[in-house]
Design a protein around this ligand. Structure first.
Ligand code: JFZ
Length: 474
C-alpha cells in the first residue's frame, strides 16, 4: 500500500500546517503533541470516506408537498427553498405538516436502492432550513412524529435498514438557517429583526435551545453516525462552530464533519454540482443534484443520464473526491422512478467495474483532464479551460485503471500516458475471461494496449494495467 499511505502522510502534513496557521494562539509553537493527536484522529476517522467515493444524498421534507408550486403558481428555484422563495408565513407553512402522510415510504427500499447503485453511504435531511425535524424530537414539536398523521420516525427506520445492509448513515442538519424560529437565521419575512440585526441574543438562544439539543438527539438515538452535513454557515463564528464541533466529537468521535459548519471540518465540500477541473489535494466531496433541485419538484424531469452520472463519478474519483448524489422523494415517500433507474444503471456498471472506484486513489497523470486554451478566454478574461472527457485514471497499489468513455474503444488501441514502470499485464474489467491484452510499443515509445472492438461494455470500459511496484513512476 504505497500510494495511499504516501498520500495520507502528505494530507496529514497539510492538515498540520493548516492547523498550525489557523490556531493563532499556537502559531509560534512547534508541532504540539495536541496537534499531532488531532491530525492522527482525523486520519482514523476519514478512512472509510476515502474508500467509499459514492454516496446517496436525500432531501426530504414538507417541501415535497407543494413540490415547487404554491397557490397554483410555479415557484422558481430549488424545491426545498419554496418557503423562502414564496415568503410563506410560518403558520401557513407549518400547516403542511397536517397533510404529510408518506404511506409509501419504505426504508428497506430506499437503502436497497443505495446498495444497488453501488453507493456506500446515505446522508438525509434531518432538518432543513424550514426547521422541520424529520425524526422524533423532544426538543421541538415541529417534527414528523408529533406534527403529522404519519407519526412514524423515518430516520429510525432508515438507521435500522442501513445497519442491516452495511450502508453508513449520516445527517444533513441546517444548523444556522431555521425559518421556523424567530432566532434562527434566514426568515426575514416573518422576523425582520432577526439575523445580524438582532442584538438580543435570539440567535444564540436558538442555537442552544434547538440546534444543539437536536444535534445531540441525532447523535444519541440512531446508532453510529458516519457524518453530519452542516450547511450555509451564516453567523457561525469560530466560537459557535467550536461548540458544534465539541458536541459531535464528544458524542461520536468517529463521526465526520463536512465542510460547511463554519469552522473547517474533516473534509471540504465543493460548491453544489461543482467538480474541480483537475486533481485536488485533500479530502473533498461534490454534493450534486440528479435533476436541478434537491427537494422534489413536480415539473423537473431533466434527469442526468447514467452516462453523465458515471462520467462525473469517475471524474471525481480520479481527482481524489467523493460524489454525494441527491434524490428528492415525493410527499408519498417514493423516490422518483427515473432517479432510481439511472442510479441502478450506474450500479450495474459498478458491479463489474467497482474496483476501479471504491478504495481507488486519484490519477497520477493530469493531461487527461484537459488544458488551458492558448487563445480563448473565459468570462473573467482568464485562459479558457478546455475539458477533455476521453478517459480518466484511478489507482490502487500496483494497478492503474483507465476508464475509457463511449461505446467504441479507440481503433488503434489505447495509448497509455507515459510512466516508467514495467507492465505485468493488462485486461478489461468487463471481460469475464480477463484475456490478457499484450501491450505494443509505438514508434514514438508510447505503449499501446490493443483493445477488442466492439468493446464488451457500452457505457464505458476499464482497462486495468498491472504494473511492477506499488506506485507509478512518472
Ligand atoms: C445549500 C442549501 O441551501 C440547499 O437547499 C441544499 O441543501 C444544498 C445541498 O445546500 O445550498 C448551497 C450551499 C452552498 C453552496 C451552494 C448551495 N455553495 O457553496 O456553492
Amino acid at each position: 500500500m504505497k500510494i495511499r499511505p504516501a498520500w495520507s502522510a502528505f494530507a496529514a502534513l497539510l492538515s498540520l500546517v493548516a492547523l498550525m496557521t489557523t490556531c493563532s494562539a499556537r502559531a509560534a509553537d512547534p508541532v504540539t503533541p495536541d496537534a499531532a493527536k488531532i491530525v492522527a484522529e482525523r486520519e482514523a476517522r476519514i478512512g472509510w470516506f476515502r474508500e467509499a467515493k459514492y454516496g446517496l444524498f436525500i432531501h426530504w421534507g414538507l417541501y415535497a408537498i407543494p413540490a415547487g408550486e404554491w397557490k397554483g403558481q410555479p415557484v422558481p428555484g430549488i424545491g426545498e427553498w419554496i418557503m423562502n422563495r414564496a415568503k410563506i408565513p410560518v403558520p401557513e407553512y407549518a400547516a403542511l405538516a397536517k397533510q404529510f402522510n408518506p404511506v409509501k415510504f419504505d426504508a428497506e427500499a430506499w437503502v436497497q436502492l443505495a446498495v444497488d447503485a453501488g453507493m456506500k453511504y446515505i446522508v438525509i435531511t434531518s432538518k432543513h432550513h424550514d426547521g422541520f425535524a424529520m425524526y422524533r424530537s423532544k426538543v421541538s414539536p415541529f417534527n414528523i412524529v408529533d406534527a403529522t398523521p404519519f407519526a412514524r420516525d423515518p430516520i429510525a427506520e432508515l438507521a435500522a435498514a442501513c445497519a442491516k445492509h452495511g450502508i453508513r448513515f449520516g445527517f444533513y442538519y441546517s444548523q444556522s438557517q431555521d425559518w421556523h424560529e424567530p432566532g434562527g437565521a434566514g426568515n426575514n419575512w416573518d422576523f425582520p429583526a432577526n439575523g445580524e440585526k438582532d442584538k438580543s441574543g435570539a440567535y444564540d438562544k436558538y442555537l442552544r435551545e434547538k440546534a444543539e439539543p437536536q444535534l445531540r438527539e441525532l447523535l444519541t438515538n440512531y446508532g453510529p453516525t458516519c457524518l453530519i452535513w452542516f450547511d450555509t454557515p451564516q453567523m457561525m463564528s469560530a466560537g459557535r462552530s467550536q461548540r458544534f464541533t465539541e458536541l459531535v466529537r464528544s458524542l461520536q468521535p468517529a463521526c465526520l464533519i463536512d465542510g460547511r459548519l463554519g469552522a473547517s471540518g474533516d473534509y471540504e465540500s465543493t460548491g453544489d454540482n461543482a467538480i474541480p477541473p483537475a486533481n485536488k489535494v485533500g479530502d473533498w466531496e461534490t454534493p450534486a443534484t440528479i435533476n436541478h433541485t434537491w427537494g422534489f419538484k413536480k415539473d423537473d424531469h431533466d434527469w442526468k443520464s447514467p452516462g453523465e452520472i458515471l462520467f462525473k463519478l469517475v471524474d471525481i474519483a480520479s481527482k481524489g473526491g467523493n460524489y454525494l448524489l441527491n434524490v428528492g422523494p415525493t410527499a408519498e415517500g417514493v423516490i422518483p422512478q427515473p432517479s432510481q433507474d439511472n442510479l441502478r444503471a450506474v450500479g450495474a456498471w459498478l458491479k463489474v467495474h467497482g474496483e476501479a472506484i471504491h478504495g481507488a486513489g486519484r490519477s497520477p497523470f493530469g493531461p487527461e483532464f484537459g488544458e488551458f486554451s492558448a487563445t480563448q478566454k473565459d468570462r473573467a478574461g482568464r485562459p479558457l479551460f478546455l475539458k477533455r472527457d476521453d478517459w480518466r485514471c484511478t489507482t490502487k497499489p500496483g494497478k492503474l485503471y483507465f476508464t475509457v468513455f463511449g461505446e467504441a474503444l479507440p481503433r488503434d488501441g489505447f495509448a497509455l500516458p507515459a510512466f516508467k514502470n514495467a507492465i505485468k499485464k493488462a485486461y478489461l474489467l468487463g471481460d469475464p475471461s480477463r484475456t490478457v491484452l499484450t501491450t505494443n510499443l509505438g514508434a514514438d515509445g508510447v505503449r499501446v494496449v490493443p483493445v477488442p472492438r466492439p468493446a464488451p461494455v457500452a457505457i464505458a470500459n476499464v482497462i486495468c494495467v498491472e504494473i511492477e511496484g506499488d506506485a507509478v513512476q512518472l
